[in-house]
Design a binder for this molecule. Structure first.
Ligand code: KG4
Ligand code: ZN
Length: 341
């Protein structure tokens, strides 16, 4: 897409437990990206409590906006669009960001652009380097596990998805079984690096040609391993169990990603969503891509893997340039579908 002037967007993300506002230039440059995390408040409950999340968003949103605008040092008249996560996510949380975005768009007469949260995770990669099409996105978050084929900007074709648990959800449940704090993914990742793949856990491939995933059987296998050991009075070695769980997840994710990348003749593989912060997954993908010698691999830095508004700004800029506009009727969509524009 050709741009004859700089495009500045103000972006808002509030779909789960992070309140975030960013200012993005031309869809690629971060002028500011302020993230206020509520993790500490949700930890004691072992997961995100929707009512608590909404309340924190209300408390934080004004301050986060002010800080993002101050850091970017821009004027309202310089902003071409306000882009906000429309869904999927917790409805009460989404609505706080959406209503703030709507109010500001109305007050300053700026176009409003609703963005899909997963489009945001995918476009986090564009803040690292340009996207090269066709590409394959491995989307691994707390709510999604998908392989998305893209022939061009904002053309999403889901070629595989989880039939049950999302991979992040499986990480968090396994972590809970091992009595690790919420969110469990990073703790399992840390323990896995200290252990070895000694427990015999399943690899769920489904059909030979399928790009779909299933993680609930693996999760149950871990839970059963822990319960059986307890009944027999045996000790579990958490590092080894974490390493065994992670080995199973990573092997399946990497194998299916590489197979799809070859079949669809993509130029680039990108990774998106909170679980892309996983060190085991990052290393395994890097090695597989190196061995293959055919694809470009992009994985965002850790700060852009988990929820943030910069990624919504990157996706929102593309949506804006492609003519997508929302209006004051925009509502949160907790189960929004990823659609091409
Ligand atoms: O994308 P995200 O921030 O929120 C959603 O859109 O769902 O992803 C959150 C998920 C959580 O399940 C968290 O445990 C997981 O990402 N996660 C990780 C790691 N860091 C975050 N999972 C595995 N290893 C990590 N290092
Ligand atoms: Zn997310």
């Amino acid at each position: 897409m050709v741009m004859d002037k700089d495009i500045i967007v103000l972006a808002v993300e509030s779909s789960c437990d992070e309140t975030s506002v960013a200012v993005i230039k031309n869809g690629i440059e971060i002028l500011s990206n302020v993230v206020s995390s509520q993790i500490e408040s949700h930890k004691r409950f072992g997961g995100v409590v929707p009512e608590v999340a909404s309340r924190h968003h209300v408390e934080n949103v004004t301050m986060v906006f002010e800080e993002a605008l101050l850091k970017a040092n821009i004027d309202w008249k310089d902003i071409d669009a306000i882009t906000v996560t429309e869904g999927p996510g917790l409805i009460g949380s989404l609505l706080i960001g959406i209503n703030a975005a709507k109010a500001l768009a109305f007050a300053h007469d700026i176009p409003l652009v609703g963005v899909h949260h997963i489009a945001g995770h995918i476009y986090a990669n564009q803040l690292v380097e340009p996207l090269q099409f066709p590409l394959l996105a491995l989307v691994v978050s707390g709510g999604h596990t998908e392989l998305v084929y893209m022939e061009d900007h904002y053309q999403f074709k889901v070629i595989g998805e989880t039939l049950d648990d999302a991979v992040g959800e499986a990480y968090d449940k396994v972590a809970r079984t091992l009595k690790l704090p919420y969110p469990g993914g990073p703790h399992i990742d840390r323990l896995a690096a200290l252990g070895e793949d000694t427990y015999k856990l399943p690899r769920v491939w489904l059909d030979k040609d399928s790009y779909d995933f299933s993680f609930s059987g693996l999760k149950s296998a871990v839970i059963n391993t822990v319960h059986n050991a307890k009944q027999r009075g045996e000790e579990i070695i958490p590092e080894n169990l974490a390493a065994s769980f992670q080995a199973s997840v990573v092997e399946v994710l990497v194998e299916k990603t590489m197979r799809a990348a070859k079949e669809f003749h993509v130029k680039q593989i990108i990774v998106a969503g909170g679980v892309s912060a996983n060190k085991g997954l990052r290393h395994a993908l890097e090695n597989a891509v190196k061995a293959q010698g055919q694809f470009k691999l992009t994985i965002p830095p850790l700060s852009l893997c988990t929820d943030n508004a910069a990624m919504i700004g990157a996706a929102g800029t593309q949506a804006y340039l492609r003519g997508h506009r929302s209006n004051m009727e925009m509502n949160g969509q907790s189960g929004m579908e990823l659609k091409s524009i």
